[in-house]
Design a protein around this ligand. Structure first.
Ligand code: PBG
Length: 326
């Protein structure tokens, strides 16, 4: 034997030894709960493709936020599903629109006990389902979209969002949002940039969650799953534009990207364990094919280990409960 003194199994012998020598462990404070609110609901509505996740009513959303606080969850990311959609997503700017109202309600409910974050994108609000407005030839018009994002940013900050999360992958979105926030006196509002967001099949269930109207795909603005180097360019651009935090999305199929970004980013790095990742584990667990709790814990841990300091996961509250009472 060439290394007689190295027997890694020594440190695996007991629970106490394993606990002492583990390199990464999860903490509820670094979890972010994505939550959907749908306009006009009196009761929460289950999402078929995401068992356990619902479209919230105002009341159920407030309860979910309070529950997250009670479990020590770090933040909540709000997505709105409006009753009416149009070509420019105008409901996103209405101070009483579903998302802006939800931000106000949740903020009033939890104050500063939970970081209130909002998705800043047009796809839930447009009648064509794209993340921006369309030009004459039907493509997504980058710069016309930026003008709307700027107004959305101010509307969301005014409603009380502490962190805005632009997820549309328009070029220059962080700069425009930062400028609009500063001009309106919201210097304290942070931007969490979806910096490296891939055109992924794993968003499938989310499309049901937000009643997406999209018929095509988002490949002209979201990243090509075949690209690794380009993620660093996206992150560098967002940092130069003033991003306070960055995100890699999805998480599990992009852990190499996450590790790359974590190695170079001077700001906190988050990763989004998306709807399809959730649905796969839930489906396998429902069939008795994997141990649900262990699979959830292991999947989120892998995302932390790859370099995320924060993880967006639909299991945030449940997982936080397990971490508090192992
Ligand atoms: C776009 C957005 C999407 C998700 C978060 N923000 C969908 C998309 O880009 O098609 C996906 C989240 C998930 O799948 O859990 N506003």
């Amino acid at each position: 034997m060439s290394f007689p003194h190295h027997r890694p199994r020594r440190l695996r012998a007991t629970n106490a030894l394993r606990r002492l020598t583990t390199e990464f462990r999860l903490d509820p404070a670094e979890l972010i709960l994505p939550a959907f609110i749908r306009e006009g609901l009196n009761n929460p509505l289950p999402i078929n493709s995401m068992p356990g996740v619902v479209q919230h009513s105002t009341e159920s959303l407030k309860r979910a936020a309070v529950q997250a606080v009670e479990h020590g969850v770090g933040g909540i990311m709000l997505f709105g599903v409006p009753a009416e959609r149009d070509a420019t997503g105008s409901a996103s700017l209405d101070p009483d629109g579903v998302l802006n109202k939800a931000i106000r309600d949740v903020h009033a409910e939890v104050g500063d006990d939970l970081v209130v974050m909002s998705d800043l994108c047009l796809d839930e609000f447009t009648d064509h389902g794209h993340c921006g407005v369309l030009n004459a030839s039907g493509g997504v018009d980058n710069d016309a979209t930026l003008e709307i994002y700027a107004d959305m940013a101010v509307a969301q900050a005014r409603a009380g969002a502490q962190v805005l999360a632009p997820s549309g992958m328009m070029d220059g979105q962080v700069a425009v949002i930062r400028q609009a926030l500063d001009a309106a006196g919201f210097e304290e509002t942070s931007v969490l940039a979806y910096a490296a967001k891939y055109a992924s099949a794993f968003y499938g269930p989310f499309r049901e969650a937000v009643d997406s109207q999209l018929t095509g795909d988002r490949r002209t603005y979201q990243m090509d799953p075949g690209n690794r180097r380009e993620a660093l360019l996206e992150v560098k651009l967002d940092l130069a534009e003033g991003a306070d935090m960055v995100m890699v999305k999805p998480a599990m199929s992009y852990l190499d990207i996450l590790a790359d970004v974590a190695a170079m980013s001077p700001v906190p790095v988050s990763a989004y364990q998306v709807s399809g990742e959730y649905a796969m584990i839930e489906a396998a667990a429902a069939n008795g094919w994997i141990d649900r709790r262990r699979a959830i814990e292991e999947s989120v841990l892998s995302i932390r280990r790859a370099g995320a300091s924060m993880v967006l996961t639909y299991w945030a509250t449940e997982l936080a409960g397990w971490l508090k009472n192992p």
